[in-house]
Design a protein around this ligand. Structure first.
Ligand SMILES: Nc1ncnc2c1ncn2[C@@H]1O[C@H](COP(=O)(O)OP(=O)(O)OP(=O)(O)O)[C@@H](O)[C@H]1O
Ligand SMILES: [Mg+2]
Length: 254
C-alpha cells in the first residue's frame, strides 16, 4: 500500500469546538435550579440529594418527576421504600400536582418492593425493575431513599456493593436519576456519607435556623463534567413547589 504523505502537524492541536463538547441536559423543573446547574441535570447522570428530615428532598424529587411528565413528555417513576403511594399522591395534591392522572396516562409510576425483594432483584441484575422501566419508557427516576435501602443489609460493605450495582444498572439503562439520602448536612460542615462518592452529582438541602426563624437553602456540591454555581442559595416552598429566587447566595458561616 502506498505510503500516505503526512502533513506537518501544527504546533498546537486545534481546540475542540465548545459546541461539540456540549452535554445533553434535562430541565430539573425547579425554578432557579437549572441556572445553578448551567442548564439542568446532565442527561443519564445520577445525582444524590442529601438533607436532614423535612429538608424537602422528597418534594424536590416529586417536582422533578411532575415537571418531566407534564412539561417535557418524559415518563417518570419513583422507587420508594418508605412512603406509600397515597402519601406520595397527597404530597402532590398540596401543590396541585395530579399524580393520579399521570398514573392513568402511564406518565408516572410508583414502584414498591419489600426490603427482601429489592435486595434480591438488584443482586440478580435488576430484571423486574429494568423491565418495568423499559416497558414504561421511564426517562426520570427517583429512588427515595438510599438511607432506607442501606438498612436492608447486614453491613456497610454489602450495602455499598449493592448501591454500586444499582448505579451501574442505571447508567446502562440511560435514565436520569435522583437519589435521596437522609443526612444532616451543614453549609460549613463536611458530609459523612459514602454515596456521594459514587454518584455523578451531589446536592445539599439545608434547613437552617437562627434564633428568630428557620430558612431553607440549597447547594450544588458536586456535578461531574459540568460547571455549576458555588453559591448556597435560599429557596422557598411555594404553592407551586420549590422555587430558588434570583439573588446572591448566602455565606457558609451565616
Ligand atoms: N404546602 C407546603 N407549603 C410549605 N411547606 C411545605 C408544604 N408541604 C410541605 N412543606 C414542608 O416540607 C417539609 C417536608 O418535605 P419533604 O417530605 O420533602 O422532606 P424530606 O426531606 O423528604 O423529609 P424526610 O427526611 O422526612 O423524608 C415539611 O416538613 C414542611 O416543612
Ligand atoms: Mg422524604
Amino acid at each position: 500500500m502506498a505510503k500516505r504523505r503526512t502533513k506537518a502537524k501544527p504546533a498546537t492541536k486545534p481546540k475542540a469546538k465548545a459546541s461539540s463538547l456540549k452535554l445533553e441536559r434535562i430541565s430539573t423543573g425547579i425554578p432557579g435550579l437549572d441556572d445553578m446547574l448551567k442548564g439542568g441535570f446532565v442527561k443519564n447522570s445520577t445525582v444524590v440529594v442529601q438533607g436532614g428530615a423535612g429538608s424537602a428532598k422528597t418534594l424536590m424529587c416529586l417536582q422533578y418527576l411532575y415537571a418531566g411528565a407534564t412539561q417535557y413528555d418524559e415518563p417518570g417513576a419513583i422507587l420508594t421504600f418508605g412512603e406509600d403511594e397515597d402519601a406520595i399522591r397527597q404530597h402532590g395534591r398540596m401543590f396541585n400536582w395530579d399524580f393520579s392522572a399521570l398514573e392513568k396516562k402511564k406518565m408516572f409510576t410508583v414502584i414498591r418492593f419489600s426490603p427482601s425483594e429489592i435486595v434480591k432483584i438488584i443482586g440478580e441484575g435488576g430484571g423486574i425493575i429494568r423491565d418495568t422501566l423499559e416497558e414504561l419508557g421511564i426517562r426520570r427516576l427517583v429512588i427515595d431513599s438510599v438511607s432506607i435501602y442501606e438498612l436492608f443489609f447486614q453491613n456497610k460493605y454489602q450495602a455499598t456493593e449493592s448501591i454500586l450495582n444499582l448505579l451501574d444498572m442505571l447508567k446502562k439503562w440511560k435514565i436520569t436519576t435522583l437519589i435521596t439520602s437522609e443526612m444532616q448536612v451543614k453549609p460549613n460542615g463536611e458530609s459523612k456519607g459514602n454515596v456521594e462518592f459514587l454518584t455523578d452529582g451531589v446536592m445539599h438541602l439545608y434547613l437552617l435556623r437562627t434564633s428568630a426563624k428557620r430558612y431553607r437553602a440549597i447547594e450544588v456540591v458536586k456535578m461531574r463534567d459540568t460547571d455549576h454555581s458555588s453559591d448556597i442559595k435560599l429557596f422557598e416552598i411555594t404553592p407551586r413547589g420549590l422555587v430558588i429566587p434570583d439573588g446572591a447566595g448566602i455565606k457558609a458561616k451565616d
